[in-house]
Design a protein around this ligand. Structure first.
Ligand SMILES: NC(=O)c1ccc[n+]([C@@H]2O[C@H](COP(=O)([O-])OP(=O)(O)OC[C@H]3O[C@@H](n4cnc5c(N)ncnc54)[C@H](O)[C@@H]3O)[C@@H](O)[C@H]2O)c1
Length: 336
């Protein structure tokens, strides 16, 4: 039986760390791809040489050639540029859209049956680009954001209540940005909602910290953005899909009427399995939660509209020749 194969595009911080988690967790073989010559080859070789010490038999290779990614079960897209001095957010969005479009077209052509996990920011808008560029069915294009945002919320809850992170559960829905919607009512410790365990004021503090989770890491790092937790989130999604776990995780999914949203990628709970998104889980929301979710969806719509306007103003420029830089920035100030 052949082992599953995961292509990770972008051998930067998130991509290389996700590749490491995937092989060292014995989840799948990995092909690491980057536009910079030598970068994916060097990182893959280094990771392969760690295998005897770590004790796994997964294969990891690095390449600049998409032919080597053929037959992948999953394509993880982390390639992108950081915002450089003088570059506007719109410029960044246009550039990253060009990169995502180009890498997805090439990877999808070699792996027409794959499932795509989008990581590049601005996340929700890049999911739309990947959907269009691949021509895949919407359940096979999934954005990674909610698992990361929920993990941040869970870590803060565990720390606050001095319990194991494994006893916590949390849902953060909506777009990956300032308007994300952490749901305290559905966030539990040992099955008990945190609304019964913490004062409203403390919960609000944890929710705020979650919303600013990306920015908090960036402020400490000074250059670059979070990658350990994002990579762990990617690996969990890959594992859930390849092992047909039917895990329910918050992911950016293309909504077609669910939650009263149509034709937009927004973070919602989904069931993941070999077909990608096997089900979009609709949970009951209070009026207040629903309003926050709608506001978040509206901000995603704004991003998508901006992207369409920019594309109309400046017909697609070739960006596949551009390399990334040391850090990455995304569409909002806080979500990384
Ligand atoms: N969705 C999330 O929750 C989340 C979390 C963290 C980071 N991100 C985003 O993930 C992306 C990657 O972050 P990072 O820290 O790894 O950045 P990074 O700069 O370390 O890595 C990006 C890599 O992409 C490569 N690249 C650029 N253009 C390419 C192309 N055309 N083809 C192939 N490779 C190309 C670069 O050479 C670089 O190695 C960023 O957009 C970042 O904002 C998203």
């Amino acid at each position: 039986m052949t082992r599953p194969l995961v292509t990770v595009i972008g051998a930067g911080n998130v991509g290389a760390t996700a590749a490491q988690r995937i092989v060292e967790g014995s989840i799948a073989d990995v092909v690491l791809v980057d536009i910079v010559e030598g970068l994916p080859q060097g990182k893959a070789l280094d990771l392969a040489e760690a295998a005897p010490v770590v004790g796994h038999d997964m294969r990891i290779t690095g390449t600049n050639d998409y032919a080597e990614t053929a037959g992948s079960d999953i394509i993880v897209v982390t390639s992108g540029l950081a915002r450089q001095p003088g570059m506007s957010r719109d410029d960044l969005m246009t550039k990253n859209a060009g990169i995502v479009r180009s890498v997805v077209q090439q990877a999808a052509a070699h792996s027409p049956g794959a499932i795509i996990i989008v990581v590049t920011n601005p996340l929700d808008a890049m999911c739309h680009v990947a959907l269009e560029a691949s021509g895949f069915a919407p359940e096979r294009v999934i954005g990674m954001a909610g698992v990361l945002d929920s993990a941040r919320f869970r870590s803060f809850i565990a720390h606050e209540l001095r319990v194991s992170v494994t006893s916590t559960h949390a849902f953060v829905l909506g777009g990956h940005g300032d308007t994300m919607v952490p749901l305290p009512r559905y966030s539990t410790v040992g099955g008990v909602p945190i609304t019964e365990l913490l004062e409203a004021e403390r919960i609000e503090t944890l929710v705020d910290r979650t919303r600013n989770g990306g920015a908090e890491v960036v402020a400490l790092l000074k250059t670059g953005s979070a990658f350990y937790a994002p990579a762990a989130a990617v690996a969990q999604m890959v594992d859930a899909i390849l092992h047909e776990r039917h895990t329910i995780l918050p992911c950016a999914a293309y909504l077609q009427g669910e939650y009263d949203v149509d034709g937009l990628f927004v973070g919602v709970p989904v069931k993941l399995g070999r077909r990608g998104i096997e089900e979009i889980v609709e949970i009951e929301l209070t009026d207040e939660e629903r309003a926050a979710f709608q506001e978040s969806a509206a901000s995603v719509q704004e991003l998508v509209d901006t992207l369409a306007r920019l594309a109309a103003e400046a017909p697609a420029e070739p960006t596949s020749g551009e390399a990334g830089s040391e850090s990455s920035e995304e569409g909002t100030e806080t979500a990384r």
